[in-house]
Ligand binder design. Structure first.
Ligand code: ATP
Ligand SMILES: Nc1nc2c(ncn2[C@@H]2O[C@H](COP(=O)(O)O)[C@@H](O)[C@H]2O)c(=O)[nH]1
Length: 204
């Protein structure tokens, strides 16, 4: 029987809403889902490790990746470039394993064009005030950058209509359970299951 391709999940939502935190909680759930590591030109934060949190690149290196078609999508966000290396995503999906991308909205819309069968989830904050509190509390951005990120956040929330699911991150465990439920239900969708049975019956 031919092995089915994995499912591509895209998790977006404003900076500081808790995408990384919720993904970390998902990792603890022992699910067979792989996490793509993005490339970025932003400076590493304290404790961030190259190849684990991001592939940290110079602007020139990033532009070379674009020119060589090494990125599935890329975007400029608050003065830096961010992008998803395509090879890892394709190879992992071809192995029949799911992949999750944690990316901002402009990039997610590009992925939608290439992977219309992908599953797009938008994580929302309980309120804008709470969003700001979370970015401030993280302690990684200057006041100016916090304001820039909050301005982009407003625009991003308006783009939520382009997603398949919206999940509020009120409490990490609850948000994680909701995303886990979405992943499980996507695996039970009749069109995906039908393909599996087609190849099963074809084997007879
Ligand atoms: N449900 C929650 N309740 C309270 N605090 C939270 C919650 N989820 C995340 N946080 C906190 O909010 C801050 C931002 O979270 P995190 O870094 O995961 O956001 P992010 O969406 O991945 O941000 P970015 O897009 O900038 O990488 C962290 O300090 C985290 O501990
Ligand atoms: N379009 C893409 N956006 C990405 C990617 N990796 C991360 N991101 C998003 O960028 C912002 C800022 O991230 P930060 O680490 O500087 O706080 C946030 O929304 C990330 O989700 C990517 O590969 N492509």
């Amino acid at each position: 029987m031919e092995r089915e391709r994995g499912i591509l999940f895209v998790l977006s939502g404003p900076s500081g809403v808790g995408k990384g935190t919720v993904c970390k909680a998902l990792r603890g759930k022992d699910m067979d889902i792989q996490y793509s590591v993005s490339a970025t030109t932003r400076q590493p934060r304290e404790g961030e490790v190259n190849g684990v949190d991001y592939y940290f690149k110079s602007k020139e290196e990033f532009q070379t990746m674009i020119a060589n078609n090494e990125l599935l999508e890329w975007a400029e966000y608050v003065g830096n470039y961010y992008g998803t290396p395509i090879q890892y995503v394709n190879e992992t999906l071809d192995q029949g394993r799911d992949v999750i991308l944690e990316i901002e909205v402009q990039g997610a819309l590009q992925v939608r064009d290439v992977f219309p069968e992908g599953v797009f989830i938008f994580l929302t904050p309980p309120s804008l005030e709470e969003l700001r509190n979370r970015i401030v509390g993280r302690g990684t951005e200057t006041e100016e950058l916090i304001n820039n990120r909050m301005n982009v956040a407003r625009e991003e929330i308006e783009m939520m209509q382009h997603y398949d699911y919206s999940v509020v991150n009120d409490q990490v465990d609850c948000a994680c359970d909701r995303i886990q439920a979405i992943i499980t239900s996507e695996h039970c969708k009749v069109d995906r299951v039908t393909n599996r049975y087609k190849s099963l019956l074809g084997d007879e």
